[in-house]
Design a protein around this ligand. Structure first.
Ligand SMILES: CC(C)(COP(=O)(O)OP(=O)(O)OC[C@H]1O[C@@H](n2cnc3c(N)ncnc32)[C@H](O)[C@@H]1OP(=O)(O)O)[C@@H](O)C(=O)NCCC(=O)NCCS
Length: 165
């Protein structure tokens, strides 16, 4: 597993993985279908923010892009907090890939961004994602009851946090 910076040349592969991802526990803001135009818009946003207010990485195995992970710095009074987000192609699940990716990006984010904590917001039934955060030292700090409605189901939202060491 390797993390690398996104480039504008990745637009086709980005669109492919975004269309293959399991959206059950992801925000509806992720365009569906995910077109190449969506990819170009996102990659330009990443280019703008990379290293300043965010760390954005593609996840590679055998030189193929299989996932995405980021830490984005929040704004206003929340500016010393970064929010982590990630997804992987389903055929690569349960090999420890995201656990390793989260460990690496947290280290980079704490080094490069002016943040003192990283927040992970996970829908309560997303056990795999909760495990990934817990294995990386994130602590369940709170629960927002019935905060998420997705595909007609309503879930609690778990608030995970990890402080800068
Ligand atoms: C969440 C996600 C990133 C996990 O990636 P991954 O590489 O499979 O995760 P890892 O293999 O590193 O670790 C998964 C852990 O969850 C456990 N797990 C997976 N599915 C589980 C389930 N249904 N019930 C209980 N535990 C489960 C695994 O056993 C492992 O824990 P362990 O090491 O203690 O055995 C991946 O499932 C994904 O991309 N999901 C869709 C997008 C998404 O939900 N993103 C996160 C939004 S907050």
């Amino acid at each position: 597993m390797e993390l690398r910076k996104w480039t504008l040349e990745d637009k086709k592969e980005l669109a492919e993985i975004c269309n293959a991802v399991d959206r059950r526990y992801l925000s509806d803001r992720l365009p569906n279908p995910y077109t190449e135009a969506s990819a170009v818009w996102w990659l330009n946003m990443v280019k703008e923010k990379e290293g300043k207010t965010g760390i954005f990485r593609k996840i590679l195995v055998d030189n193929r892009i299989i996932g995405n992970i980021s830490v984005e710095q929040k704004e206003d009074v929340y500016r010393r907090d970064g929010e982590i987000g990630y997804f992987l192609l389903p055929e690569r699940y349960s090999q420890g890939i995201m656990t390793e990716a989260v460990g690496q990006i947290c280290e980079t984010a704490f080094q490069e961004l002016d943040i003192i904590r990283i927040t992970g917001l996970v829908y309560a039934p997303n056990i795999a994602s909760r495990r990934v955060l817990e294995k990386n030292g994130f602590v369940l700090e709170g629960l927002m009851k019935n905060a998420v409605t997705k595909n007609g189901d309503t879930y609690n939202l778990c608030i995970y946090g990890k402080g800068k060491e």
